[in-house]
Design a protein around this ligand. Sequence first.
Ligand code: SF4
Length: 312
Amino acid sequence: MACHKCPERSVITLQHGELCKNHFLSYFEDKVFKTIKKYSLISRQDVIGVAASGGKDSLTALYLTQKYLQENNLNNKLFALAIDEGIHEYRATTLQDLQEFCEGRNIPVTVVRSQEIFGQTLDEAYPRVNRGTKKKPCNVCGVWRRYLINKHARKLGATKVITGHNLDDEAQAIVMNWFKANTSLAAHLGPISGVEEHELFVPRVKPLYFCPEKEVRLYALLKGFKIQFVECPYARDGYRAQIQDLLNDFEAKYKGTKQGIINSFLDILPLLKERERKSEKGTIQQCQECGEPAHGEVCNACKIKEVLVVES
Ligand code: SF4
C-alpha cells in the first residue's frame, strides 16, 4: 500500500489513511508538539526533569522534549531522572539503554534506587506488602516511583516533570478509576497531572497524551532508538493488565474506542478537578512522617513503609 500523501510504501494505517515512514514521523512529532503548545506543558523558565526508565515511551518523550527545545530555541535545563525499583532481570537492562541514549545526546541522568530510601528492593518488599495488604507489585511500584520522582526532581531544581504516559496508559487509568468508582483519583489525570499547585509538588506533564502505544512503538523503532523491549515480570500481574486486554479487544473490534474514552474524559475533566479542589481529599498536606506532599496526614509511601516494618 502507498502513503496517501506520496508514492512511498506505507508503514502504518491511521484513521485518515496510510502513511509512509517520513510522513508518519512528521505526523507524530507534530501531534506531540501541538500537545505541548495547546496545554502549555513547557514554559521558557522551566527546569525540566524527564521521568525516564529506558523504555520506548520515556525515551520518545525525552528525545522529543529535547527536539522541541532545540527547534524553538529554548535553553531550558533538561535532565533525565530514573528510578531503579530493584526488579531482577528487568530494570538494569532498561537503565543501561537509558544511559547509552543520554550519553549520545548530552543529557545528564540521575538514578535513584528505591532500596536506598525504603531499605528493600521491590522484589523483596512486594511479597511482604502483599501479605499485609493484598496490594499488587504495580501498586507498590507506582507509589514508590511517584514519591521518588517528585522528591528528587524537586531536589534537582525541576519545575516540571515530563512523563512518557501515552494514550493507552491514560485510557486504561480512566477505565480503572471508573470501574472502581474512584472519581477522586480520576481528577488527577489529564495532560497535566494533579488538581492544585503546591510548593512541594512538581507538576507532571504528558506530551505523548494523544499518541497510541502502537504509534509510540513504531516511532521508536523507525528512529532506531536502541531499546531491548523487555517486559517487566510483574506487568501481567495486576488489574491494569486485564483492562489493557479489554480495551485492546474493543479497539480491534471498534476502532477509535480508546480515543473516544480520552475525548469524553477531557470533556468532564475540568468538572472533576473543580470538585476535587473543593473537597478535603483534594487538599495537599505535608506527610507527618517524611514531610513530603500527601493527601492525608501520612503519604502512601510511608504507609507502605509501616506495612514493611510490621511484616518484617
Ligand atoms: Fe512497576 Fe508494574 Fe511497571 Fe513493573 S509493570 S515497572 S511493577 S508499575
